[in-house]
Ligand binder design. Structure first.
Ligand code: ACO
Length: 342
């Protein structure tokens, strides 16, 4: 499925609800910092290898008692405060995660209770690293159609709980965190201008958690074989990631009729610095306009874009009226890009 709001339509419809915007943003990451040097003590790796191959220097790792909904609720409260919106004004909650508290109910339900939302619809979406952008695109359509006025969209992960800490090809890459946004209507030119989203399930076996679902339920053997952890063919994922991110970014820029010069900040999914650079280069976006958090958080999947947006806004790197480009790629494979005015 694919849709967009060409600028012509944006102008024609001024005065009505155009492009749901991010009214407030918030993030929450665990306090515990694990550096590449810490990992050198545990596995056969080096700071130099991790830094040069990925751009990661350190990541945040949650303590055992913290689950996805704990970080998500904290990020949601910060987003609500940032937007000046009370919990009872929220009409729906969409939460993207690959590390839910429980297979059911959804993590969104646990968050709803923690944050004190009304009895509104709340649900999880499983789109891995594209989860936050999928959520924003869905929220935009809910707001445009009048189904909801304000939607809370969260991307939250505790990936450390599904890592094999003896597998150096995966455990060095990921981190924990949560980011949340209050999405609401605006008619002042701010909001979502163009998007694209898609998936290709044929590529699912390249990046997945093999056990713990109905295909391979948990047994002593699956636990012994570490099948409840992330399994990834890194090289192949890399190639598909670059292709999908580049394609998505060029597509939304063309749909919105903007050039690289119009873009104030590019906030890509933080998976690997080389994927981010290759995407920016293909779109002609200079590296100074590429916002990076990968060095301090690693890849936090669905959380990476909203956490980066929250950090960028807090640092003054995004200001009102700025044109912001985001793009993500994740397990599935899924991908999405969104161009919006802040
Ligand atoms: N430390 C030291 N050496 C390592 C490590 C490590 N942590 N991991 C792998 N190596 C070794 C390998 O064993 C291999 O050694 P060999 O040549 O003796 O066999 C060598 O380093 C090169 O391995 P490659 O896999 O070829 O390294 P590459 O340059 O491809 O980098 C990486 C690997 C960083 C995983 C890269 O492929 C990548 O970023 N892929 C995309 C991953 C990604 O983005 N995943 C998430 C996207 S979706 C989502 O976010 C859920």
């Amino acid at each position: 499925m694919d849709s967009t709001t060409p600028q012509v339509a944006v102008k024609a419809r001024r005065g009505t609800i155009v492009g749901a915007r991010i009214e407030g943003i918030g993030a929450a990451v665990p306090d515990n910092v694990v550096t590449n040097h810490d990992l050198e003590q545990r596995i056969d790796t080096s700071d130099e290898w991790i830094r040069t191959r990925t751009g990661i220097v350190e990541r945040r790792i949650a303590p055992p008692e913290i689950a996805c909904s704990d970080l998500a609720a904290k990020a949601a409260e910060r987003a609500l405060e940032n937007a000046g919106v009370a919990p009872d004004e929220i009409d729906a909650l969409i939460l993207g995660t690959a590390t839910p508290d429980t297979p059911f109910p959804s993590t969104a339900c646990w968050v709803q209770a923690k944050v004190g939302l009304r009895k509104v619809p709340v649900f999880d979406i499983s789109a891995a690293c594209s989860g936050f952008l999928y959520g924003y695109i869905l929220a935009d359509s809910l707001v445009r159609t009048g189904t909801a006025r304000k939607v809370l969209v969260i991307g939250a992960e505790v990936l450390s709980k599904i890592l094999n800490w003896e597998d150096r090809t995966t455990c060095v890459l990921f981190g924990d965190g949560a980011g949340a946004a209050v999405i609401g209507p605006r008619d002042e030119g701010s909001g979502l201008l163009a998007h694209t989203w898609g998936a290709d399930g044929n590529l699912a076996p390249l990046l997945w958690q093999p056990a713990g679902g109905s295909r391979t339920p948990a047994t002593v053997e699956t636990v012994e074989q570490r099948l409840h952890t992330i399994h990834m063919k890194g090289n192949e994922v890399y190639k598909h990631a670059v292709k999908a991110m580049q394609g998505a970014v060029l597509e939304v820029m063309e749909k919105a009729g903007v050039t690289e010069e119009d873009i104030d900040l590019f906030v890509p999914h933080q998976a690997n610095i080389r994927i981010m650079q290759a995407t920016a280069e293909r779109a002609g976006i200079p590296l100074e306009k590429v916002y990076r958090t990968i060095q301090k958080y690693g890849n936090s999947s669905a959380a990476s874009i909203p956490v980066a947006l929250a950090d960028a806004a807090a640092e003054g790197r995004i200001r009102k009226g700025d044109l912001v480009l985001t793009a993500a790629f994740g397990a599935g494979f899924t991908w999405a890009a969104a161009l919006f005015r802040w």
